[in-house]
Write a protein of this length. Structure first.
Length: 306
């Protein structure tokens, strides 16, 4: 039992009370009061300001000395009453500030302690949501997590309908019959607060699945369209090359024979004339054949087509 009493005594003695607690934002300015009462600065042999037990400013024999610690260089200012002003506050400036002093007669005045908390202003809140469909009981399980800017991390609260819950994340169940549910998360610290909403719907089907199917079908149809289009273009080009127009001209047998005798022996002559225009209708030239007509000497084996 003795060691338990000793431990309890150490714990109680280790808890130090502070006279003032302050909450300020990063980048701001704070003035820490000296609380000297009716005493004047000239009544003291020395006065000191400590931050977490380290001396950061003092006044001895009426001469002020500031910025005695590298962390606060250029950011401290002592007032005539020995109040301490700290500018351009940072997160690391959070801690215990203590004013202590000794009078000229050698007596020491009670120290004055201030606990200072420096916070970042909250600039954004975001909700992460996860909805899982439970086929067994046809309900949805919802898991929501609230995140925000601001250091130290702020506290969070949720509001759903008329219910409020203080936590960073929440779980709950609801059915499709309840429709859309709006839930609000609020992030709060000592210097600022911000809220955001999220709408949750419980559905037995996953819309993402339909989205993936639709995109896959669209890609497949697009590829098939390109393949068909290329095949049609290729077939049209082949058909065009085959449909060139050809004109045949009949040459009188007797005239050809006479021409052959005059020009020498050779193979029969056949004339093919290719017309490049596809839309020109083929024309046929008819000539009356007179068996008793003598053929004039042929100047050419080709018969002109008008």
């Amino acid at each position: 039992m003795l060691w338990i009493r000793t431990l309890l005594f150490i714990i109680i003695c280790g808890v130090e009370e502070v006279d003032l607690t302050g909450h300020v934002s990063v980048g701001g300015t704070v003035k820490l009061p000296s609380v000297l009462g009716s005493l004047k600065v000239k009544d003291f042999d020395f006065l000191k300001w400590r931050f977490n037990r380290r001396i950061i400013a003092e006044m001895s024999s009426g001469q002020p000395k500031e910025n005695l610690h590298a962390q606060f260089k250029g950011r401290l200012q002592l007032s005539p009453d020995f109040s301490l002003t700290v500018r351009e506050l940072r997160l690391e400036d959070s801690g215990e500030y203590e004013r202590e002093g000794m009078k000229e007669d050698g007596s020491q005045i009670p120290s004055y302690k201030i606990q200072l908390h420096v916070y970042e202003i909250i600039t954004g809140v975001h909700i992460q949501s996860k909805v899982i469909w439970l086929q067994g009981n046809h309900t949805c399980m919802v898991h929501l997590v609230c995140n925000s800017s601001g250091n130290p991390e702020p506290s969070f609260s949720w509001k759903k309908g008329g219910q409020t819950e203080n936590s960073k994340e929440i779980y709950f169940f609801f059915s499709p019959e309840e429709g859309d549910i709006s839930i609000t998360c609020t992030a709060v610290n000592a210097v600022s607060q911000m809220s955001t909403d999220v709408n949750i719907r419980c559905s037995s089907t996953d819309w993402k699945l339909y989205l993936y199917i639709g995109l896959s079908a669209a890609v497949f149809l697009g590829v098939m369209f390109l393949v068909v289009h290329c095949c049609r273009r290729r077939n049209q080009a082949t058909e065009t090359s085959r449909n060139e127009a050809t004109v045949y001209s009949t040459v009188d047998e007797g005239c050809v024979k006479q021409s052959h005798e005059s020009e020498g022996h050779g193979s029969p002559i056949t004339l093919y004339e290719t017309i490049g225009e596809l839309n020109v209708k083929p024309e046929t030239v008819y000539d009356r054949v007179d068996l008793n007509r003598s053929c004039a000497p042929a100047l050419s084996p080709l018969k002109k087509v008008l």
